[in-house]
Ligand binder design. Structure first.
Ligand code: NAD
Ligand code: ZN
Length: 352
């Protein structure tokens, strides 16, 4: 191992492949030969806009956070992994000392180091070091691309936990991008019996149907919100008791609140405009809880169990595959969405 080809974002629309040094793992870390890295909407956002909210790319940043790899070296205090183990990499390592960390809500830790969220580097490269306790060993029958998909799947698991989806739940998912689709998969795996999903793109709804959605609704950006709510109720035969908003569209948030059953829960996963107009009084007089969702905490083990047991098949989300050398093409595809792209996977290791 002499090279470490690495995808570095220098500034807006300036992504480069560079050869970097291979890092040495610290005592609690492992060196990973990277396997698969999925492209997330946030990666594309940093490439196109250079920032997401307060997170601004001010210095060159290595891309990538939906990843898996194979252990190439272990630090001297590492007990849970050995060389050759294939792992999914949970990309956010929190401080483990603050109130949030101690309460298990480490996704809220102010000092979390999260891959490819500036100023922290990601792992779209050949060799990368990571805290061993945030690496999850994959059983032999779970592939490296599936390991990478544990990241978005964990968002779906966390969203369903926040929404309290359970056996018999009736669920509305708004938006059928990768995050809406993993929310659908998680809801179904957790026992939801009636799931409806919306989008403005038919190909994404077709995939949702294939993944187990009971109903789909194709929306027009200008569709009448009240009419859509009525249609959701008519198709489900009842009101959803849980709604998972995954589009970030303002109208979708309004529909989510109005469609949800009194006493139900709306979780907001989609990140759109920072300020939106919502029917707040409608929510409060009907005791509809509106809850935020930020990434995930303690979700990798369950997400892995869901894949390993065959309860969910995430592979269908992958529409395009590229090698690490083809990273610029892969990002161009992600930017344009050409070929009905849903999840684009970059394979750092040739034999993936
Ligand atoms: P995406 O852009 O691929 O998916 C959004 C989907 O919503 C698309 O399929 C789009 O066609 C659809 N859409 C747009 N307007 C709509 C409307 N009015 N009604 C219904 N559908 C509509 O993105 P993604 O990767 O699936 O992520 C979804 C959202 O979740 C993004 O806003 C992203 O920033 C956010 N996100 C949040 C977290 C978190 O921790 N809260 C984590 C990951 C992603
Ligand atoms: Zn902390």
């Amino acid at each position: 191992m002499t090279t470490n080809l690495t995808a570095v974002l220098h500034k807006i629309d300036d992504l480069r492949l560079e050869d970097r040094a291979i890092p040495e793992p610290q005592d609690h870390e492992v060196l990973l030969e990277m396997g698969s890295v999925g492209i997330c909407g946030s990666d594309v956002h940093y490439l196109v806009r250079g920032a997401i909210g307060d997170f601004v790319v001010k210095a060159p940043m290595i891309m990538g956070h939906e990843a898996s790899g194979t252990v190439a070296k272990v630090g001297k205090n590492v007990k849970n992994l050995k060389v050759g183990d294939r792992v999914a990499i949970e990309p956010g390592v929190p401080c483990k000392a603050c109130e949030y960390c101690k309460h298990g809500r480490y996704n809220l830790c102010a000092d979390i180091i999260f891959c490819a969220t500036p100023p922290c580097h990601g792992n779209l490269c050949q060799y990368y070091t990571h805290a061993a306790d945030f690496c999850f060993k994959l059983p032999d029958h779970v592939s490296l691309p599936e390991g990478a998909l544990l990241e978005p799947l964990s968002v779906g698991v966390h969203a369903c936990r926040r929404a309290d989806v359970r056996l018999g739940s009736t669920v509305l998912v708004t938006g059928a991008g990768p995050i809406g689709l993993v929310s659908l998969l998680s809801a179904k795996a957790m026992g939801a019996t009636n799931v409806i999903i919306t989008d403005i793109m038919q190909n994404r709804l077709d995939l949702a149907k294939e993944l187990g959605a009971d109903h789909t609704i194709l929306l027009d950006k200008d569709s009448d919100e009240t009419a859509i709510v009525k249609k959701i109720h008519a198709l489900l035969g009842k009101e959803p008791d849980k709604t998972i908003e995954c589009s970030g569209a303002e109208s979708s948030i309004r529909i989510a609140i109005q469609a949800t059953k009194s006493g139900g829960v709306v979780v907001i996963v989609g990140m759109g405009k920072p300020n939106v107009t919502i029917p707040l009084v409608n929510a409060l007089v009907r005791e509809v809880d509106i809850r935020g969702v930020f990434r995930y905490a303690n979700c990798y083990p369950l997400a892995l169990e869901m894949i390993a047991s065959g309860k969910v098949d995430v592979k269908k989300l992958i529409t395009h595959n590229y090698t690490l050398e083809q990273t610029l093409e892969a990002f161009e595809n992600a930017k344009t969405g050409a070929g009905g792209a849903v999840k684009i996977m970059i394979h750092c290791k040739k034999e993936n």
